[in-house]
Design a protein around this ligand. Structure first.
Ligand code: SF4
Length: 113
């Protein structure tokens, strides 16, 4: 919906990817959303401008640590990212913990004999 706000529109289309669709389900359903509440639209627009400015500050100062990291729900975005090492250097320098991806396959505990 940020794109709708940026273009001055009161509506936009949100497209979703279903990760585990049923056989007959559309994998990429689309929904048209319209802002009906001006207060909600203003709040989202203020959030959008703040995030845009934060990103611009990071670019201007060439400091990626100024931009908050969004890893996605359950951190899915970072799991197989080829830049994890470089990203962790920035994270640790900023005083944050390094990101550790989950094991690709669950590790089973050995049964006690
Ligand atoms: S690990 Fe990759 S996807 Fe995750 S925040 Fe860093 S650069 Fe982005």
């Amino acid at each position: 919906m940020y794109y709708a706000l940026a273009s001055g529109s009161d509506s936009g289309i949100v497209q979703v990817q279903r990760i585990m669709p049923r056989d007959s389900a559309n994998i990429f359903p689309a929904f048209k959303l319209t802002f009906k509440d001006q207060a909600a639209k203003d709040k989202l627009l203020a959030e959008f401008r703040e995030r845009k400015q934060t990103f611009q500050n990071g670019l201007d100062k060439e400091d990626a640590s100024l931009v908050p990291i969004y890893r996605g729900e359950n951190e899915w975005l970072c799991q197989e990212c080829p830049y994890i090492s470089e990203c962790n250097v920035i994270e640790v320098a900023a005083g944050n913990a390094a990101f550790k991806p989950r094991p690709k396959y669950p590790v089973r505990k050995k049964k006690k004999a």
